[in-house]
Design a protein around this ligand. Structure first.
Ligand code: F6P
Length: 554
């Protein structure tokens, strides 16, 4: 399939211009009034599929807004782009690669061609390899150098080789197979290594070096530190293969590190790092929850893939979330998006979505290299409720910016304690309610008078108590967090991000921007350690280098 389609400026499409006019005409649209006037609003703007329930009724939209937004998706060629994504077209134009994370979730028997070769047999061969390896660890057959079974698995990886696996293994802790603990080592900061290694015994620890490229500074440094620590603890070079395995598309580099070829699980160019938890990069997930649960995760994502491909756009969750994001970012001036999980197990989802969304959609040129002159990806931030309510929600409620929020909440808890879960759920709902309803000046004054305050006090305080409201949010509800539902939830956001990139005409699958820092990092390092005595490119960096060197000399 020919992809990307010929470049277009989305702002010149008739549907975009119709949306701009519609935004003008909405003027002071009030969600409060819309709910009062339309008893069926909740039913009209909510849907259920793949084990997820999406309420998007608390948005600054009417039925016409949805029609116009869906028109934009159609006019921008989203339908065709979804087929192109699934069929292995070169959706990552700058790197001339497909992005086939969806192939990783497809059932055996499906066919997906890359350069004329069906990749599905290889996908399932690696799943079998994972099953075998995980089984040996869980059954105590994989033994360390002292013949003791493995008790701790440490994933050494960063970015997509860390955030997705960490999110999932920690979100699915109730499904963890007892006996194997999972840890993550990502940052190059020695303190992280120090604190983690202090908890481990080398003879019962298995390290997974997870790096698509096997070329990432932080991961390689940590892998070397882990090997040094293992040898210092009594391990030998000869038994290294019992303690180090790898997941990488760069087998020669992993072999050069000292990992046996049969202990290297492959990865492929056609899987992007931030979309890779479904591949063997998911090894720590499988080590934690077992392969049958890992396959449930895949099947949840697969259901979402089918939904994305087949559901009409008006009832298509990823498409609707994508369009709402565009509505606020491009027509209401919103620059950030809050992700607010009301569930301890989902606490890392904000970090994963930060990479997924910001590395994918933090772009300023189209697939053909032409510059865009409108806003693309928002800043993704947030964190677990209710903690945020006692920290940054103040700005959501009364700050000057419009910040759309996604609330994510399960209806049941794995760990009910008294009525905590009812309170947690109530807090989630009341936050989105407060954002939407706000509090008028009149209501604030009445409330103060009802408290018995004199008129002077009422007038002094009322303005501070006004909450503008009319602030949009989505609420995603599910039963308890399960492998399937979590798979669907993560795939939902993957497809949302892709759909937005298609509409903007950008590439969601490259990340050239992160390269500059890596390049400059080498020069700064050489100057810090004195192997390069030349001046830095700018005075500020040189001043800070001098500061560091001054301290280390003293
Ligand atoms: O530097 C960014 C990045 O390339 C991410 O896209 C990727 O997820 C991460 O680094 C880790 O890369 P690798 O798996 O190759 O070590």
């Amino acid at each position: 399939m020919q992809y990307p389609q010929s470049p277009f400026d989305v702002t010149q499409l008739p549907s975009w211009q119709a949306l701009a006019a519609h935004r003008e005409s909405l003027g002071s649209f009030s969600m409060r009034e819309a709910f009062a006037e339309q008893p069926e609003r909740f039913d009209e703007f909510s849907l259920k599929d793949c084990g997820l329930f999406l309420d998007y009724s608390k948005n600054l939209i009417t039925t016409q807004t949805r029609e116009l937004l869906v028109g934009l998706a159609r006019e921008a060629g989203l339908e065709r782009a979804i087929h192109a994504l699934y069929d292995g077209a070169l959706v990552n134009a700058s790197e001339r690669r497909p992005a086939l994370h969806t192939a990783l979730r497809r059932p055996i028997g499906d066919k997906v061609l890359v350069d004329g070769v069906d990749v599905m047999p290889e996908v399932h061969r690696v799943l079998n390899q994972m099953t075998e390896l995980v089984g040996r660890v869980h059954d105590g057959l994989w033994r360390g150098y002292s013949e003791k079974p493995i008790t701790d698995v440490v994933n050494i990886g960063i970015g997509g080789s860390f955030l997705g696996p960490q999110l999932v293994s920690e979100a699915l802790l109730p499904f963890a197979q007892r006996g194997v603990r999972c840890h993550y080592l990502a940052n190059i900061d020695g303190s992280e290594f120090h604190e983690l290694s202090a908890k481990l015994r080398a003879e019962t620890t298995l390290f997974i070096v997870s790096s698509k490229t096997f070329n990432t500074l932080e991961t390689l440094k940590n892998a070397q530190a882990a090997r040094g620590w293992y040898l210092a603890q009594g391990g030998t070079e000869g038994e290294l293969h019992r303690h180090f395995i790898a997941v990488s598309s760069n087998t020669p580099a992993a072999v050069a590190f000292g990992i046996r070829e049969e202990n290297i699980l492959p990865m492929w160019d056609w899987v992007g790092g931030r979309y890779s938890l479904w591949s063997a990069i998911g090894m720590p997930i499988a080590m934690s929850i077992g392969m049958s649960n890992f396959k449930e995760l895949l099947s949840g994502a697969y259901r979402m893939d089918q939904h994305f491909q087949n559901a009409p756009f008006e009832r298509n969750m990823p498409v609707l979330l994508a369009l709402l994001g565009i509505w606020y970012g491009n027509f209401w001036g919103a620059q950030s998006q809050a992700i607010l999980p009301y569930d301890h197990y989902l606490r890392n989802i904000t970090k994963h979505l930060q990479q997924l969304d910001m590395e994918s959609n933090g772009k300023r040129v189209r697939q053909d290299g032409s510059a865009v002159d409108f806003q693309t990806g928002p800043v993704i931030w947030g964190g677990v409720g209710c903690n945020g309510q006692h920290a940054y929600h103040q700005l959501l409620h009364q700050g000057t910016q419009l910040i759309p929020a996604d609330f994510i909440v399960p209806v049941s808890s794995y760990n009910p304690v008294a009525d905590h879960h009812q309170w947690l759920f109530a807090n989630c709902l009341s936050q989105s309610q407060a954002l939407m309803l706000g509090k008028t000046l009149h209501e604030a004054e009445r409330e103060l008078r009802d408290q018995g305050l004199g008129e002077d006090e009422v007038q002094r305080l009322a303005a501070h108590k006004v909450v503008p409201g009319n602030r949009p949010s989505n609420t995603l509800v599910m039963e308890r967090v399960s492998p399937r539902r979590l798979g669907a939830l993560i795939a939902l956001y993957e497809h949302k991000v892709f759909a937005q990139s298609v509409i903007w005409g950008t590439n969601a699958f490259d990340q050239w921007g992160v390269e500059l820092g890596k390049q400059l990092g080498k020069g700064v390092y050489s100057r810090l350690v004195g192997s390069d005595t030349g001046a830095a490119e700018d005075g500020s960096t040189q001043g800070l280098i001098d500061f560091f060197r001054g301290r280390h000399r003293g």
